[in-house]
Design a protein around this ligand. Structure first.
Ligand SMILES: [Zn+2]
Length: 486
């Protein structure tokens, strides 16, 4: 690691690149910038090439650390990150949340003229079965220009992109108006109680001066050739509502079927839910999202996306929309039937049956509104509905300095590629910080195509080295734009 660090700080100390660009005045400082730009661009690409190499080394070793949850063992990961921060002169704190589980917290100080930016990443990863993978999930090795390992995309890769961008800021000595906080947490994949939730509960003071937070959530969606389609900034998540439906009925011998048995009653109710027509609703930012990406589509899809509000009532158009599970999930409250429980003997009609539903609710819709929507669909007062879990998600504002910084970097990095606000159906730890009033965006500045997307929580997870290098560059630029002294 040291070798490339020396090279990077050498490039930075040459001052070739930064003075012009840091203060954003680059754009206005015309010729100077142009001169610098050429010099800058050479040093610039050299800088980011070295930073990309350094990030690759750091991530490779990080991927080798097994932080599968459960059990987690994220403390090893936290200590690994803390060591790198300390080696680069950034003091890092280890905060134990449970045995062998810990957060890592570090802060790069600025003038404090403006509120801080948090770089949030989770250290834990979901399980991986080696038998299903082409290369061992904790190998942290490079094959065909890609770095392989569980967490390469979700989200150890993003964590190291954040870390490397912070190291570049530190080494450049750039004057910051906003502190940069690095926060690595455990337990995200199972809700964050021993991670971000614990941190929010026990140490909110460590981020009390933060205005913005960058986390996982969405990315630069790419086509199968890896070309950027749009930069998707996740500003809101759907709320998670877990429901249990329970039915009771007369128990009996199965040789004499009972029409209103607990199981029959439940199956009839579930059948009505599963076959209910999608109840589409278009939130203004979602309409903006579809309008922007309509430019990437052709034919009927283009027409529908361009003016989605007037098409969601047409069954033929709804069919087109429902063809894409991710995009259609932004337009409706969804219900997934996940758990079924009934019976204990094949020839016995059970007196009780139950099912669990994972419902993902659009921002702004309340739990009660949704339950009163589903009741007439169930259409059976004898079906008991109970709430198992309700995690409400509040959206973040998108008219902010951070969102504008992302737009500005997108304009530099990939002109003509739109930046669009995205509502994601999955949950991240951002909600813990939105509850503290912090504006949180889920954005990984890396091109990810459908095939790579599927490796998250799937098999053969890997990150292209080019993506890692570009990710570092873009994260660094975003932080310069939003945090550097003006
Ligand atoms: Zn994740």
């Amino acid at each position: 690691m040291l070798k490339s660090a020396k090279l990077i700080s050498l490039a930075l100390s040459m001052g070739l690149f930064f003075p012009a660009t840091i203060c954003g005045a680059g754009a206005s400082a015309g010729s100077a910038t142009a001169g610098h730009a050429n010099e800058g661009t050479a040093a610039h690409s050299g800088l980011y090439k070295s930073a990309g190499e350094e990030a690759t080394k750091i991530l490779a070793d990080y991927l080798k650390i097994d932080t599968t949850v459960p059990p987690g063992n994220e403390k090893k990961g936290a200590e690994y990150l803390a060591k790198i921060l300390a080696e680069n002169g950034i003091e890092a704190k280890i905060l134990d949340t449970a045995p062998e589980r810990a957060c890592v917290y570090a802060r790069l100080k600025g003038t404090g003229k403006k509120k801080a930016v948090v770089l949030l990443n989770h250290i834990d990863v979901v399980p991986a079965n080696p038998a299903d993978w082409k290369h061992p999930p904790f190998c942290g090795e490079i094959y065909d220009g890609e770095l392989w390992g569980r967490g390469a995309l979700d989200m150890k890769g993003q964590g190291i992109i954040q870390l490397e961008a912070m190291l570049l800021l530190k080494r450049s000595g750039v004057k910051l108006d906003r502190d940069i906080i690095f926060l690595g947490t455990p337990d995200e994949e199972v809700g964050g109680e021993f991670g971000a939730g614990w941190f929010k509960k026990h140490h909110p003071e460590l981020v009390s001066d933060a205005e913005f937070l960058i986390n996982e959530g969405f990315c630069i969606e790419a086509d199968e050739k890896g070309n950027a389609k749009y930069w998707g900034v996740n500003y809101a998540e759907k709320s998670a509502l877990w429901l249990e439906l329970k039915t009771k009925g007369q128990a009996g011998h199965a040789s004499m079927p009972l029409p209103d048995s607990s199981t029959n009653r439940l199956v009839r109710a579930l059948n009505r839910i599963v076959n209910a027509s999608p109840n589409l609703k278009v939130l203004p930012p979602v309409a903006q999202y579809f309008k922007e990406i309509s430019k990437l589509e052709t034919g009927k899809t283009k027409e529908v996306y361009a003016d989605i509000g007037s098409h969601v009532k047409d069954p033929a158009d709804v069919k087109i929309l429902m063809g894409d599970v991710l995009k259609s999930s932004m337009l409706r409250n969804t219900i997934s039937l996940t758990v079924l429980k009934a019976g204990y003997k094949t020839n016995v009609i059970p007196g009780e049956a139950s099912a669990q539903l994972d419902c993902r609710i659009l921002p702004g819709v309340t739990k009660d509104e949704f339950v009163s929507y589903i009741k007439p669909i169930i259409d059976d007062p004898k079906v008991e509905i109970s709430v198992l879990e309700w995690n409400v998600a509040s959206p973040s504002e998108i008219k902010t300095d951070l969102y504008s910084a992302i737009e500005a970097v997108a304009a530099e990095e990939s002109p003509d590629v739109p930046v669009v606000p995205v509502v994601v159906p999955w949950f991240t730890d951002s909600h813990w910080f939105r509850e503290l009033g912090i504006t949180a965006y889920g954005f990984e500045p890396v091109e990810i195509d459908k095939a790579h997307f599927a490796t998250m929580h799937g098999v053969d997870e890997r990150i292209p080295l080019r993506g890692l290098e570009n990710g570092v560059k873009r994260m660094h630029k975003i932080l310069l734009k939003v945090a550097a002294a003006k």
